[in-house]
Design a protein around this ligand. Structure first.
Ligand code: FAD
Length: 460
């Protein structure tokens, strides 16, 4: 979108300055301010929107003030944690961005094995603080992702089979509600809200602080991938499927089928793993993945912290992104060959990946949290990254067609943090009808006016 701010945006901006002048401890950025373009940017460059106000909060009281101001002026609210929503939900046109990027940091209690994490913190802050104490919380695989959105939707990553999703390790949350209260949600305090926060959390308020359980991890783990040409896709996939079914929980397993990159040898398939046990056990447990005929084998001992940051540059801010996700009951040769065919015909920087679930993820009862999909054997993601806006249609069409071809192999439910498309049918497909109705009832209790609707929205 081009052009300068509209009159309404200017008026809203001027009103904001007045309203926020007293008592707002953070920074207000308005259209036309020198830092506006930086302040409105989010990770997915496709979401190029122009809010009327970016309210960079420094405390829960600032969040309360920003939400109240938006409501008084009947402006849309977008809440921004790490800014990585694949759908661009943490920005909006003409509304107020409640920006938590000024509320960062993680404090670890080594003895209690817990961490208190600010609502706008990034995964890398939690990883660094926890590893300094020899601990970790299971989080995602890119360090600059926000703890906020990741946790409130799920949190899949390299430790999930051993220690569960990020949200399975949430002990309590401090929440600013739509009516401007600050409440604590935990198993013993507002338990139904705590249930909904864990999987549909963006709907119910602004989480200003998270408390997590931590586990001893590392500092060294065994990690890497065994790469093959696409003609060996099923060989690689079957080794991953076999190990996922029979291997220990402390093995994370993924399979990536990637399109050809300019200057590289062609499309490839990689069987990846992280083993959180001893190097000796890793040597034994990961043996089924190794293959003398592989193009490359990078499995080796590494610092857990280095592993957690190793994708950060490849997934840097500023690119355009599209994805579709689903769950799979098992892997079959027909499915894997269909994926191979799709990536062989894909433009650069497209991939289809599978992450093994099971382990600690599958042991939590499906109705214990709002998150869905615990019974699936694999999560499936179709993803593409590109730079040129003129290629938007080409990439989105590839992603949609690839997932269309894989649909017959999928099972029910979706991971909410994957969903680029939105609307009631999409949100119902994430949670299923029973959970959706429970979430609607919760939404009526906590946000009857749907103040928090820039998300996969559960309408009250
Ligand atoms: C590069 C990249 C890597 C990823 N890797 C993984 C991965 O390994 N595992 C995984 O499970 N997912 C992964 N994801 C998906 C990720 O979990 C979601 O994109 C998540 O929503 C990002 O959270 P955020 O705080 O950065 O995003 P934001 O865009 O800031 O927020 C996302 C949503 O959550 C809401 N929200 C954010 N913080 C708060 C808060 N404190 N209180 C209330 N609402 C809030 C926002 O309003 C918005 O609706 C990845 C995404 C990207 C772009």
């Amino acid at each position: 979108m081009g052009g300068g701010p509209s009159n309404e945006m200017r008026e809203a901006g001027a009103a904001a300055t007045t309203a926020f002048r007293d008592g707002f401890g953070g920074t207000i950025v308005l259209p036309g301010d020198p830092g506006y373009d930086r302040a409105r940017a989010v990770w997915n460059a496709v979401a190029d929107l122009r809010p009327a106000v970016v309210a960079r909060c420094g405390s829960p009281a600032d969040v309360v003030a920003a939400v109240r101001f938006a409501r008084e002026h009947d402006l849309v609210v977008a809440v921004r944690g790490g800014g990585h929503s694949v759908a661009g939900f943490s920005t909006c046109d003409g509304g107020v961005v409640v920006d938590l990027s000024g509320m960062r940091g993680a404090r670890v209690d080594q003895g209690a094995r817990t961490a208190r994490v600010a609502g706008g913190a990034l995964l890398s802050e939690l990883d660094v603080a926890a590893q300094a104490a020899g601990l970790a919380c299971p989080v995602g695989v890119v360090g600059h992702t926000g703890v906020g959105g990741l946790t409130l939707g799920g949190g899949m990553g390299r430790l999930m089979r051993r220690h569960g999703l990020t949200l399975d390790n949430l002990l309590s949350a401090e929440v600013v509600t739509a009516d401007g209260r600050v409440v604590r949600a935990a198993p013993d305090e507002h338990p139904e809200l705590f249930w909904g926060l864990r999987g549909a959390g963006a709907n119910f308020g602004v989480v200003t602080s998270f408390e997590f359980r931590l586990h001893p991890v590392g500092p060294v783990v065994t990690q890497g991938a065994v790469r093959h040409g696409l003609d060996r896709a099923w060989r690689a996939a079957s080794s991953v499927a076999e190990l996922a079914a029979t291997g220990p929980d402390h093995v994370f397993l993924g399979l990536n089928l990637t399109s050809a990159e300019p200057g590289s040898s062609g499309p490839a398939v990689s069987a990846g793993a992280l083993h959180a046990g001893t190097p000796e056990d890793a040597e034994r447990d990961l043996a089924p993945l190794r293959d003398a005929a592989a193009v490359e084998d990078s499995i080796a001992p590494r610092r857990y912290l280095d592993v957690q940051l190793m994708n950060d540059d490849a997934m840097a801010w500023g690119k355009r992104f599209y994805m579709k996700g689903a769950y799979l009951p098992f892997l079959t040769e027909e499915l894997v060959e269909t994926c191979a065919g799709r990536v062989a015909a894909a433009p650069p920087d497209c991939e289809i990946s599978f992450w093994a679930l099971g382990g600690a993820v599958g042991r939590v009862p499906e109705d214990a949290t709002a998150f869905t999909g615990r019974g699936a054997a694999f999560w499936l993601g179709v993803e593409c990254l590109w730079q040129d806006p003129a290629r938007d249609d080409e990439y989105v069409a590839w992603g949609r067609a690839a997932m269309g071809a894989l649909q017959p192999f999928t099972t029910s439910g979706h991971y909410v943090n994957d969903m680029v498309e939105s609307g009631e049918a999409v949100v119902r497909s994430v949670y299923g009808d029973a959970k959706y109705e429970r979430l609607v009832a919760l939404k009526r209790d906590w946000d009857p006016d749907n103040v928090f609707r820039r998300n996969q929205n559960v309408a009250p």
